[in-house]
Write a protein that binds this ligand. Structure first.
Ligand code: PMV
Length: 333
């Protein structure tokens, strides 16, 4: 197999029907499906080069720095999967840059592992299909499986124990609709508890976990229909309740998992007030305190103004639907 250097890019994605719970933690198999929007403005660019001259360790640079130990281990474990599949033993040099603004909880692992799956598999001489890339990216982070595809994407939980059918698929490119996601950054701090540990605790201790899982198939069906009809009110209503239910199940865990801050609640109330004024704006919240507001292009400036004036909101920026992960360039070593 020919080893090369490969640079790939991927946009992050924000789930409108959330993934929160695993049926197999080792293989990162989700307990239920999820549905997301891949974004253009927030993403990762990663270059991978395998070579026997690189010595006995993978070398990783993340945003121009050495990553912390747990990130390095996570990337090394992921590269082991690629090496095993390609039948190589060489270590790799990985250079990765996030265009995600410096704020925690803005889903850099989704674009990060999607870009790494594309760049590393290609650099190792593999030619994987998008579905295979999605299954590979999932091993790095559950949400990364969705960033292989652009626009609106649905993740299948799958039924096989090897996870080969736990992959994402494209539903609609999402362009032409003019949908936007305005992100309200509410904190610069690291998130309190990572998603893997939080999901595990929710599944083990939350009395709401079973009903959370039961609610997902109906939400997926509703979201699919809303996208087909380009009905923002219907899609936004699903997104908002999915986020609230996900957080409610986590809050009810022992010890409680609470990602919201006063600024999160203030931004949620801003969105309710915008809707009272007749504006189609709906929020979603991930495993962190930031609030992401779904709206149409024409409403962006009003949403932006209202969020900027909300106590505790540090800044806002606007994102739009983007393409799936792809190779930027490759060279044969
Ligand atoms: O992919 P992970 O393990 O970082 O989990 C993602 C969890 C949420 O962002 C909160 C929801 C989602 O579906 O992306």
């Amino acid at each position: 197999m020919k080893l090369s250097s490969c640079t790939a890019v991927a946009g992050t994605n924000i789930a409108l029907v959330k993934y929160w719970g695993k049926r197999d933690p080792a293989l990162n198999l989700p307990a239920a499906g999820s549905l997301s929007l891949t974004l253009k403005e927030l993403g990762t660019r990663t270059t991978v080069r395998f070579g026997s001259h690189l010595g006995s360790e993978d070398r990783v640079r993340l945003n121009g720095r050495d990553p912390d130990d747990s990130t390095r281990t996570r990337i090394g474990t992921f590269l082991d999967l690629v090496r095993e599949r390609a039948g190589i033993t060489a270590h790799a040099e990985v250079v990765t840059e996030n265009s995600v603004p410096t704020a925690a909880g803005l889903a850099s692992s989704a674009s990060g592992f999607a870009a790494l799956a594309v760049a590393a598999s290609r650099a190792a001489g593999l030619a994987l299909l998008p579905t295979q890339l999605s299954a590979l990216a999932r091993r790095g982070s559950g949400s990364a499986a969705r960033s292989i595809f652009g626009g609106f994407v649905e993740m299948q939980p799958g039924v096989f124990s090897d996870g080969s059918d736990a992959v994402a698929e494209s539903i609609s490119e999402g362009d032409g609709w003019g949908i936007r996601l305005v992100v309200a950054v509410t904190s610069e701090a690291e998130k309190a508890i990572g998603s893997t540990e939080a999901m595990e605790r929710t599944a083990r201790t939350s009395p709401f976990y079973a009903s959370w899982l039961e609610s997902i198939p109906g939400d997926l069906q509703d979201a699919r229909a809303a996208i087909a009809e380009r009905d923002l009110h219907r899609l936004g209503a699903v997104a908002e309740r999915s986020a609230i239910r996900m957080h409610a199940s986590a809050m009810a865990a022992t010890p409680s998992i609470l990602y919201w801050t006063p600024a999160t609640l203030a931004a949620m109330n801003t969105v309710f007030a915008l809707r009272d004024r007749g504006l189609a704006a709906y929020f979603t919240i991930d495993a962190g305190p930031h609030v992401k507001v779904l709206c149409e292009q024409d409403s962006v400036s009003e949403v932006n103004t209202a969020l900027t004036a909300t106590p505790g909101v540090i800044r806002t920026f606007t994102t739009s639907p983007g393409r799936g992960a792809r190779i930027l360039h490759e060279t044969t070593a």
